[in-house]
Ligand binder design. Structure first.
Ligand code: 8ID
Ligand code: ZN
Length: 352
């Protein structure tokens, strides 16, 4: 039985108090499902939403969160029709809460580009609550033998880095630089890259993150806080000294977005995924042309990318560390994240 009220983390204004309180349990619309969220990851995007530092309006008041793993407890009238989602299924609520499914982009399975997309924990209430609604067509189905705490970070971080690695065009055996490798997306990028047969070169700061990155299979770690010539150090750390075949930019600061084109290998690609506020890209035109460099963006993934990312995880190929805290402890997790002190991901238990 579904309760009338539930615990949630709510904020009413940017950088305002995060209130852990009881709110009504929402009712799913005809094409929606209600998911009893058991665990939710905390993504740096949630911090951007709270701080309001992106050029995209946030719903206020807001329940943040978009890496929610739980159990389907109610179906809207139309939501069970095609049999894809059933009561009792384990399901994931992602950044893409819903999309129109009929525009040019949705038809081409580029639904993250849909102009009418609704975003969990941003334009609609997300997973920092015990019961969350999402469009039936968009929730991910999670196999029942997969633990819901460990799979939560896959629902944004995992999908996003898996898609970004595919977009990079890097082939098995080649080397990719993961910038921000010690964070939530970065730790998973190291594991997806390895599972995809790629070598990795990790860039981040501090000995905790170095240790984690080495354990996750990185061939080398470059500490950006200690390097006096990052471009040279990254090139030197690549297998043949010519630079990595691709760079996956996950950092939440502008500087690495200005450096990547200088160390990527000729013919290589630079994939921008991190979203530092008020940042611009910069690359030298002469070398971009004469090195034939490809610079592009990558934004979450479509429903199929989501299913594939979960399948890699379900096959035991993805093991990145995460720490579990209670939903009530979100403010503490945000503080640690702002300070850059989290190696890997935090996952919140919504019962605490
Ligand atoms: O679809 C997308 N494009 C997408 C999806 C999900 C998340 C984009 N994001 C964005 C988030 O909004 C955020 O801007 O990706 C970024 C990273 O999210 P995250 O992994 O959840 O953040 P984190 O755990 O805080 O990790 C960031 C890491 O970057 C490092 C930090 O030390 C930290 O480990 N970093 C920084 I800040 N500056 C760096 C630098 N100059 C750096 N690493 C290397 N070089
Ligand atoms: Zn995210």
């Amino acid at each position: 039985d579904i309760p009338k009220t539930q615990w949630a983390q709510v904020f009413e204004s940017h950088n305002g108090p995060l209130e852990y309180k009881q709110i009504p349990v929402p009712t799913p619309g005809p094409d929606e499902v209600l998911v009893n969220i058991k665990y939710t990851g905390v993504c740096h995007t949630d911090l951007h939403a709270w701080q309001g530092d992106w050029p995209l309006d946030v719903k206020l008041p807001l329940v943040g969160g978009h890496e929610g793993a739980g159990v389907v407890v109610a179906l809207g009238e139309m939501a069970g029709q095609n049999g894809r989602v059933k009561l009792g299924d384990h399901a994931g609520v992602k950044w893409l809460n819903g999309s129109c499914l009929s525009c040019d982009f949705c038809e081409a399975s580029d639904e993250p580009l849909c102009a009418k997309a609704s975003l969990s924990g941003y334009t609609v209430d997300g997973t920092f609550q015990q019961y969350c609604v999402a469009k039936a067509a968009h929730v991910s189905i999670i196999p029942k033998d997969v633990p819901l705490d460990a799979v939560a970070p896959i629902l944004c971080a995992g999908i996003t880095v898996y898609k970004g690695l595919k977009e990079s065009g890097a082939k098995p055996g080649q080397c990719v630089a993961i910038v921000g490798a010690g964070g939530g997306l970065g730790s998973l990028a190291l594991q997806y890259a390895k599972a995809m047969g790629l070598q990795t070169l990790a860039i981040d700061a501090g000995d905790d993150k170095r240790k984690m990155c080495e354990e996750l299979g990185a061939r080398a770690f470059v500490d950006f806080s200690k390097s006096s010539n990052l471009v040279e150090d990254v090139k030197k750390a690549s297998p043949d000294g010519l630079g990595p075949h691709a760079v996956i930019l996950l950092a939440v600061s502008e500087k690495p977005f200005q450096q990547a084109a200088d160390y990527v290998r000729a013919r290589g690609s630079v994939v921008c995924i991190g979203l530092p506020a008020h940042a611009s890209l910069k690359a030298d035109v002469f070398s971009t042309v004469t090195k034939m460099i490809n610079i592009k963006g990558s934004y979450v993934g479509n429903r199929r990318d989501g299913a594939e990312a979960i399948d890699f995880f379900a096959r035991g190929l993805i093991n990145a560390p995460y720490k579990v805290a209670g939903l009530s402890e979100l403010p503490k997790v945000f503080e640690l994240m702002k300070a850059g002190k989290i190696a890997g991901r935090y996952v919140l238990d919504t019962s605490k």
